[in-house]
Each structure stands twice: as structure tokens, then as C-alpha cells.
Ligand binder design. Structure first.
Ligand code: ADE
Ligand code: ZN
Ligand code: ZN
Length: 260
């Protein structure tokens, strides 16, 4: 019996170590942002996007930028998923990664999508990236510290399993909650219309600063005992849900603006 358990444990534990590395907001978080945006865009925008994505939904498209990461041809886009900020600098005043970052990535996507002479295939590609990056920029640890690669180097345990602070916010907290992306979308925080308007009209630099401020709070409130679980999720899950809500609302507003 013992031998069987050991035989089972070895492959499972190796699998558990490697299977979730480098996912972003996890697939679920990205799909929530895509789904909420799809529910909020105008009919006119929806028609144009439907044509460009050939009927693939925003939720499904939202994970494309992660799916191409293992393909060498797309390696140049890897730094586009985040911006790590040194010490107590702000993004605006920080030294920029010459290989690009999430803020310049979003600007580039918007530029291509607004360019009347851009190829249709380029527009399709950059739309897929945009849907993903608007999700990532709302994951606070994508605007975390340079010294630990946005929390990737901060080891923690999540319900006893090896994880890190970045992955906790990408996927652990969301996936262990056990809701599908559609269930999470339905159950996002209810906010007043006036608040929704404020969220939708905030400029890109506000998205960045909000995420970076949240990241600073996350570092500052990391418990000394980093064996995390229910208590950590209880303290932080509302923040996750609020960021997903903001991501979806802002993506919808941005798409309406691009395709008006
Ligand atoms: N790789 C290096 N820094 C990262 C970050 N902040 N988010 C995701 N991947 C990263
Ligand atoms: Zn991530
Ligand atoms: Zn990403």
C-alpha cells in the first residue's frame, strides 16, 4: 500500500510543480474580463469584433496571448504582459524595459486597431493581445517589484502546496474558489452607476497606478507565516473581484471607443 502511495505521489507532485507556472490571471480571470466586456459593448462594436475574430468570443480570445508564449516566434511579446517597477518608483518615472512592457503594449494594440491602413490580420492579432493585456494590467502583481519579478520569486504555500505570490494572484485564489468564469462574472461586485462611469472613464495611467498601489499593499500585508489559505482569500478576494470588474468595464469602454 505504501509503495503504491509513493508511486502515485511522485508523478503527481512533479506535475503539481510544473503545470501552472507562468499562467497569467489564470485562464479563468482572463475569461471573466472578456465575458464582462462582451456583455457591455455596444451592438455595433460587437458586430465589428465578431467579424474580426470570426465568431470567436472575447472570453475565448482572452487567453490567446498566453497560448503563444511557448512558441519561439512570439518570444518578443513575453515582456508585454507586465511592467515591473523598481523600489518606490512610479511607473511614469521608472526606467522602462527596452523590450517593451504592458503599458506600451496596450498603446501599440490601440494604435494598430485605430489605423485605417493596418492589415486585417494585424488587427485581428492585436485585438486578441489587447483583450488579454487589459486583463493582465488589472492583476496587481503584473505591476509589482522588479527585484522579485512581480512576486514570482516570493515562495508561499497555498493550502500546503508550493506556489508563489504572483501565482496566488494569477490563479490560485480564483481557481480554488471553484466557480466557472461565467459564475464569477455573474457574481462580480455590484457597484453604482456613477461608480461604473468613473471606472470606465479612468485613463490608462490610472489603471497602472491602481494596480501598482495594490501590489504595494499586497507586499506590505503578506503574513509572516506564508502558509496561506482560507484567511488570505477572505482578506483579498474582494480585491480580486473588483479588479476583474474594472478590467471588464474598461475593456468594453476601450473597445467601444476603438470601433466607434
Ligand atoms: N516575468 C517577469 N516579471 C513578471 C511579472 N511581473 N508578471 C509576469 N511575468 C513576469
Ligand atoms: Zn501573471
Ligand atoms: Zn499575460
Amino acid at each position: 500500500m505504501k509503495a503504491i502511495l509513493i508511486l502515485l505521489w511522485v508523478p503527481l507532485s512533479v506535475f503539481g510543480w510544473s503545470n501552472t507556472s507562468d499562467l497569467e490571471w489564470g485562464a479563468t480571470g482572463h475569461r471573466v474580463v472578456g465575458e464582462l466586456a462582451a456583455q457591455r459593448i455596444s451592438k455595433r462594436t460587437a458586430k465589428k469584433i465578431d467579424a474580426l475574430l470570426e465568431g470567436v468570443s472575447l472570453a475565448e480570445t482572452s487567453t490567446f496571448a498566453d497560448e503563444i508564449k511557448s512558441d519561439k516566434r512570439y518570444r518578443a511579446y513575453s515582456p508585454w504582459h507586465y511592467a515591473n517597477i523598481k523600489g518606490d518608483e512610479t511607473y511614469a518615472l521608472s526606467k522602462k524595459n527596452e523590450k517593451g512592457d504592458i503599458v506600451r503594449a496596450i498603446k501599440q494594440c490601440i494604435e494598430v486597431l485605430k489605423n485605417p491602413t493596418a492589415d486585417r490580420s494585424d488587427k485581428q492579432f492585436y485585438l486578441k493581445l489587447l483583450v488579454h493585456f487589459v486583463g493582465d494590467i488589472h492583476q496587481p502583481m503584473h505591476l509589482g517589484k522588479l527585484s522579485d519579478r512581480g512576486g514570482n520569486d516570493v515562495e508561499v504555500k497555498w493550502f500546503g502546496r508550493n506556489s508563489n505570490l504572483h501565482r496566488l494572484w494569477d490563479s490560485d485564489m480564483i481557481d480554488d474558489y471553484g466557480m466557472s468564469y461565467t459564475e464569477i462574472t455573474v457574481n462580480l461586485p455590484k457597484v453604482k452607476k456613477s461608480e461604473l462611469k468613473k471606472i470606465a472613464s479612468a485613463p490608462l495611467i490610472t489603471w497602472v497606478n491602481e494596480s501598482h498601489d495594490l501590489a504595494k499593499q499586497i507586499y506590505a500585508t503578506l503574513p509572516e507565516n506564508t502558509n496561506l489559505g482560507y484567511r488570505y482569500r477572505y482578506d483579498h478576494f474582494n480585491s480580486v473581484r473588483m479588479q476583474l470588474l474594472k478590467g471588464g468595464i474598461r475593456l468594453a469602454a476601450l473597445l467601444d471607443e476603438i470601433f466607434k
